[in-house]
Design a protein around this ligand. Structure first.
Ligand SMILES: NC(=O)c1ccc[n+]([C@@H]2O[C@H](COP(=O)([O-])OP(=O)(O)OC[C@H]3O[C@@H](n4cnc5c(N)ncnc54)[C@H](O)[C@@H]3O)[C@@H](O)[C@H]2O)c1
Length: 329
């Protein structure tokens, strides 16, 4: 059997975890996927099941985690990630960021593995500065509805850094800014699939407030490349990975309408509590330390993503359940 590096990827059946699994398989690693499928979908990785260098555990990482054999790396990507998901399952969100991270850090220590955690631009909360550099400490409401996600991720960073400084564990922290691409769920409440889903169903596109809030969207292949480089770098401090090409939500909606060739209108809904008004990564560090910057333009990435959504069965495009989200907004 070839002597492959062994990597555990939690959240492997999710959007980002499945793309990371593909990348590490391509690099000839032995990939151990782990997921409890709470927001993931086995269809995202079913093409990997036939491979000898892929295995999968259906397991909740917030409970004790064990993996037989050696481990060289752990990528901890398990966590509900969209507002709909973390408002629906707030306690699980807090647990996977805290208990789940603790369990995996313990596993990394026991195996002598290097661990990379998926943090988020949400640690900056509703930021007072734009773009956001890694040195910015954030503006987060711990007890607002988004606190369950934002504070879980802030705790995740803190405990990871504590294992690094106290135990000397090799750790990496990536702060991911809005990323998109194939395998996102149309009804997960994130703005990009929401807009595309509405356009494909012939509905009006709904933006929050007047749409003047900004976001910066990174195509998934660019993100995966940044994470791959960060994992193999010597850099243990948090690192922003995202696309600094900032756009207002209103302009973005107009772009989607143009791209889908539809003539819907953009309508306004009340702003959710603590919705960030601006989001743009400062990627000076990623450029200098990893030699990384995004390569895929929004128009290119959106075209690939739209083709993916169009290829879904008709009934999935029309399935939407926003009831829970609306109740909690
Ligand atoms: N996609 C983005 O734009 C973005 C931005 C910032 C951070 N992130 C982070 O990246 C990671 C992946 O996000 P995503 O967009 O792929 O979301 P996703 O929901 O598609 O994937 C998350 C996966 O984790 C699994 N999971 C959740 N709790 C689990 C648990 N307790 N045990 C095992 N598996 C569990 C889910 O079933 C799912 O497959 C998350 O940690 C998220 O916070 C994503």
């Amino acid at each position: 059997m070839p002597n492959r590096k062994r990597i555990l990827i939690t959240g492997a059946a999710g959007f980002l975890g499945s793309h990371l699994s593909d990348r590490f398989i391509k690099e000839d690693y032995h990939v151990i996927g782990m997921d409890n499928l709470i927001t993931g979908d086995l269809r995202n990785i079913e093409h990997l099941f036939k491979l000898e260098n892929f295995e999968f555990y259906n397991h909740d990482v917030s409970t004790f985690v064990h993996v037989p054999g050696d481990l060289d790396y752990i990528l901890h990507f398990a966590s509900p990630a969209s507002p709909i998901d973390y408002l629906k399952i707030p306690i699980q969100t807090l647990k996977v960021g805290s208990l789940g991270t603790h369990n995996l850090l313990g596993l990394a220590l026991a195996k002598g593995a290097r661990m990379l955690i998926a943090s988020t631009s949400e640690v900056y909360g509703d930021p007072n500065i734009n773009p956001q550099p890694e040195e910015y400490w954030g503006n987060v409401n711990p007890v607002g509805p988004r606190g369950v996600y934002d504070e879980a991720k802030r705790f995740q960073e803190a405990i990871t850094m504590a294992y690094h400084t106290f135990h000397g564990l090799e750790t990496r922290i990536v702060r991911i800014f809005n990323t998109y691409g194939p395998r996102m769920r149309l009804n997960d409440g994130r703005v990009l699939p929401a807009f595309i889903g509405q356009a494909l169903r012939g509905e009006s596109l709904t933006m929050f407030g007047d749409g003047s809030q900004t976001r910066s969207f990174c195509y998934v292949d660019d993100l995966v490349e940044g994470i791959y480089r960060l994992l193999h770098s010597d850099y243990a401090q948090p690192m922003n990975i995202g696309n600094p090409d900032e756009i207002t939500i209103k302009q973005f909606g107009e772009e989607i309408i143009k791209l889908t060739g539809t003539d819907q209108e953009l309508i306004s809904l009340p702003l959710p509590t603590d919705d960030p008004k601006q989001r743009r990564p400062d990627i000076t560090k990623a450029k200098a330390i990893l030699g990384w910057e995004p390569q895929i333009s929004r128009s290119e990435g959106l075209k690939i993503t739209l083709d993916y959504f169009k290829s879904l069965p008709e009934k999935e495009i029309h399935h939407k359940d926003f009831s829970y989200y609306n109740k909690n907004r």
